[in-house]
Design a protein around this ligand. Structure first.
Ligand code: PHE
Length: 342
């Protein structure tokens, strides 16, 4: 082959490759590269014909073929990029996405109705200057009973009511033991509110083996039953409504003397008598009384110097009254259809 032949062949090869590239689709670009520039490709085949060429002219051919190789490689990768972009654009425009559609809805949670009620009660007493304290749910017989002046044979200690963990260790049956724990650590004046869980072996539509109480107590010099009435009346009006009246009935608790059960006039019928108040016009809402000097003796408060009152209320009972709920178990089933209503 003459130099001229090789030149022509190279020019021809370049023209042909460019023509094929023009028609190429993305997937066969690599085939074109292999066909013309690969080790066994057409450019190599032409260069094999150089055997006949004078040694002096070979560098010229070498340069020529290198230039062609560079040009073709650039063209090939340019074409590849172009086709790739094009296919990506087509894929995008074929996508059926409606960006104006609204997002997936998410729901906000909120506090459980029992905790809403606790927060409401605690907030009212906080504004009356009570401090919030909590105590252990696992208690000893001493704090739950003995220091609260329960006689050893008192029926409330019976297995019927109390969950014992071992002899003298139990799940507290009320929040009153926190009185004793506070009195041991703090000298009067004390003015404290205690929210918390309590446990009793009891279950029906208005009783659950675990429920919540809020205890309150105030000890200082010169505290009287009138202070107790004033505080509780203020609380009940704030919690249930200004127009409600209260009634204190004599009752008994081992750790208070005198003791009272506190009723409020029925908020549903305003005292006329209805299903909520079982036709009595009154709803029992908490237990209370003046702290028995026997309790003070256990914690070395001087009963000649100090007097105090205490009260305790069931949170579930208050929530059931307030929201007209007739089955306590609704609070613990966590059915969203129920919880969403609060
Ligand atoms: N601890 C009593 C109960 O659970 C309630 C109470 C508290 C009564 C404080 C009087 C004073 O029944």
């Amino acid at each position: 082959m003459s130099l001229e032949d090789i030149r022509n062949k190279l020019a021809e090869l370049e023209k042909q490759a460019l023509g094929e590239l023009e028609q190429a689709v993305k997937d066969n670009i690599e085939n074109i590269r292999v066909k013309y520039l690969g080790k066994k490709g057409e450019l190599t085949a032409i260069l094999r014909g150089m055997a006949d060429i004078a040694a002096a002219e070979r560098p010229l051919i070498g340069k020529l073929s290198n230039d062609i190789k560079t040009r073709l490689e650039e063209k090939i990768s340019g074409k590849f990029r172009e086709l790739k972009e094009k296919s990506e654009l087509t894929a995008l425009s074929n996508l059926q996405v409606d960006l104006t559609l609204p997002g997936d809805p998410v729901g906000f949670g909120h506090l459980h109705p029992i905790h809403q009620t606790i927060e409401e009660i605690v907030a009212i007493f906080t504004r009356l200057n009570f401090a919030v304290v909590e105590g252990p749910e696992i208690e000893t017989d001493y704090y739950n009973f003995e220091a609260l002046n329960f006689p050893p044979e008192h029926p409330a200690r019976d297995m019927q009511d109390t969950f014992f963990i071992e002899d003298k260790v139990l799940l507290r049956t009320h929040t009153s033991p926190v009185q004793v724990r506070v009195f041991e650590k703090q000298k009067p004046p004390v003015k404290i509110i205690v929210p918390g869980k309590v446990y009793r072996h009891d279950a029906d539509v208005s009783h659950s083996p675990m429920f919540h109480q809020v205890e309150g107590f105030l000890v200082d010099e010169g505290v009287t039953f009138a202070d107790l009435k004033g505080i509780l009346t203020a609380f009940i009006k704030e919690m249930f409504g200004e127009q409600l009246s209260t009634r204190f009935r004599p009752s008994f608790f081992p750790f208070t003397e005198p003791s009272a059960e506190v009723d409020m006039s029925c908020f549903a019928c305003k005292g006329a008598g209805c299903r909520v108040c079982k036709q009595s016009g009154w709803i029992e809402i908490l237990g209370a009384g003046m702290i028995d000097p026997a309790v003070f003796k256990h914690v070395k408060y001087d009963p000649e110097k100090y007097t105090g009152f205490a009260f305790g209320m069931g949170v579930e009972r208050i929530a059931m009254l307030k929201y007209a709920i007739d089955d306590i178990s609704l609070f613990y089933e966590n059915d969203l259809r129920f919880l969403k209503q609060f």
